[in-house]
Design a binder for this molecule. Structure first.
Ligand SMILES: CC(=O)[C@@H](O)[C@H](O)COP(=O)(O)O
Ligand SMILES: NCC(=O)COP(=O)(O)O
Length: 239
């Protein structure tokens, strides 16, 4: 079964808009878990425009499901992750000025850097996932640096889903098969939604986890957080 990790970045974005503590990120994380989420994902960025570094420390005290910290491994991020020791760290190569993550790693060009990071985090007992495009060479490169899992960057799938479902999913099926063949665990995320999630989860083999934030929090405005999480979980309950 594919697990749902709820990315709560957008909740922090709303909180930060007024400088107070409404909505309370800690309570939202706990409620996501109570409503069925099997993990909590955060993606702190250097400008702390949504998740603050202190949030990550505070969340560590309360999250009882899988805690997944995503981000670009600069020195501050590495120090934070090593201090918090979440169940999983996901390495994402996003530039500090990127609006959101917009590409996976070139795991061949950055092999030495990634290998050092993987070794460091694994020595701390943290599972490592590397964010990659649905490109078989990049998956083989990820395997070569010793990561436990990869996270497939699903924005291209989401962008093409409405006009060509089969074409949109094809590279992701190939990528997943490659990951399985080389023995890597498989996560996926970015722009997954109630529209495109079931089709993805039904067709991509070995999908262990999806992390979903933007669309899920938008849906919660209409359906409420509890209903929304249940709706996403239903999309993942595939016989
Ligand atoms: C790696 C990934 O795809 C997500 O973590 C995404 O980057 C969410 O970040 P934002 O909420 O800042 O868009
Ligand atoms: N890793 C992807 C993630 O955490 C959430 O991405 P999105 O659903 O906010 O696009």
């Amino acid at each position: 079964m594919t697990r749902l990790s709820v990315n709560i970045n957008k909740v922090a974005t709303i909180r930060n808009a007024r400088g107070g503590n409404n909505p309370n990120l800690i309570k939202v994380a706990q409620d996501c878990e109570r409503f069925g989420a099997q993990g909590i994902t955060v993606h702190p960025r250097p400008d702390e425009r949504h998740i603050r570094y202190q949030d990550v420390l505070d969340l560590k005290e309360v999250v009882t499901t899988e805690f997944n910290i995503e981000g670009n491994p600069d020195d501050r991020f590495i120090e934070l992750v090593r201090r918090v020791r979440p169940e999983q760290v996901t390495l994402v190569p996003d530039a500090p000025d990127a609006i959101t993550s917009n590409a996976g790693w070139d795991t061949i060009r950055h092999a030495d850097h990634l290998r050092r990071l993987v070794d460091t985090f694994k020595a701390d007992g943290i599972r490592v996932s590397i964010f990659v495009d649905a490109d078989e060479r990049m998956i083989e490169g990820a395997k070569a640096v010793g990561t436990d899992r990869i996270e497939l960057y699903t924005e291209p799938y989401a962008a093409h889903f409405s006009d060509d479902q089969e074409g949109a999913i094809a590279p992701f099926i190939r990528a997943a098969e490659r990951a399985q063949a080389v023995g890597l665990g498989l996560n996926a995320g970015h722009d997954l939604s109630l529209d495109n999630l079931r089709y993805f989860a039904e067709r991509v083999p070995g999908l262990l986890e999806v992390s979903i934030g933007h669309a899920l929090i938008c849906d919660a405005l209409y359906f409420g957080l509890e209903n929304t999480i249940q709706m996403y979980l239903r999309e993942l309950m595939i016989a």
